[in-house]
Design a protein around this ligand. Structure first.
Ligand SMILES: [Fe+2]
Length: 219
């Protein structure tokens, strides 16, 4: 529907189309609003800002114009999502990974066998799927579909490129590049392992639900 609107704007407003397009861009303030509770958990302000920048780049490069484009977007096109959207998924995965990290840190205390950086867990969680902003697009009827670029590069690849462009360097890129099947048997940060587990704890039940393999608990 929005792609139709864009076409109408293009022909109607002619030369001022770019101005219209900018009017409909998703702002950094709106992105901060979507993830305010999670961004608060990142102690490093530079890292916090890079998360927002990565989302801004993804929204602009993907051509998403309004927050509702994001809150209507299914979090995966690989199975039925029962209305759970891309923003909710990102929050659930981030909070899930954070909870897993805290569970170990608070329980193991001075026996903690490996370091866990909570800033990286939260920032990595928030950007783990940022590549989906360019992997997905609208078809001619306004339905979400895999964009052509998504066929060229799946989101772990495109998301890594976006994060790099947003100023993330080095280790945290592993959280994006290796959070999905691309990371299987690859060396991983502890933070990547947590994000992967939180991610699949939201994806696998949906797949099982669709295949009627999810067993509801009965007493
Ligand atoms: Fe995900």
């Amino acid at each position: 529907m929005l792609s139709n609107l864009t076409t109408i704007q293009k022909s109607f407003f002619g030369g001022s189309f770019n101005l219209m397009k900018n009017t409909f861009a998703i702002s950094k303030g709106e992105i901060r609003g979507l993830f305010s509770n999670q961004l608060k958990k990142i102690s490093d302000p530079k890292m916090r800002e890079k998360v927002v920048e990565a989302w801004k780049l993804g929204c602009d490069q993907g051509g998403w114009k309004t927050v509702s484009d994001l809150t209507n977007m299914p979090f995966t096109l690989l199975t039925e999502t029962k209305g759970i959207n891309f923003v909710e998924h990102t929050i659930a995965v981030t909070e899930g990974a954070y909870g897993l990290a805290k569970a170990q840190l608070d329980t193991y205390k001075n026996k903690q066998p490996y370091p866990i950086n909570l800033d990286v867990v939260v920032a990595g969680g928030l950007i783990h799927d940022v590549g989906k902003l360019v992997e997905y697009g609208f078809d001619e009827n306004g339905n979400y579909q895999q964009a052509r670029y998504g066929k060229i590069l799946r989101h772990p690849f495109s998301g890594t490129l976006i994060a790099k462009e947003a100023g993330f360097n080095g280790d945290i890129l592993n959280c994006i590049a290796c959070h999905a099947k691309e990371g299987e048997n690859r060396p991983q940060l502890m933070e990547t392992i947590l994000i992967h587990q939180a991610d699949f704890s939201t994806f696998t039940p949906m797949k099982y639900l669709a295949a009627k393999k999810l067993i509801p608990f009965k007493n």
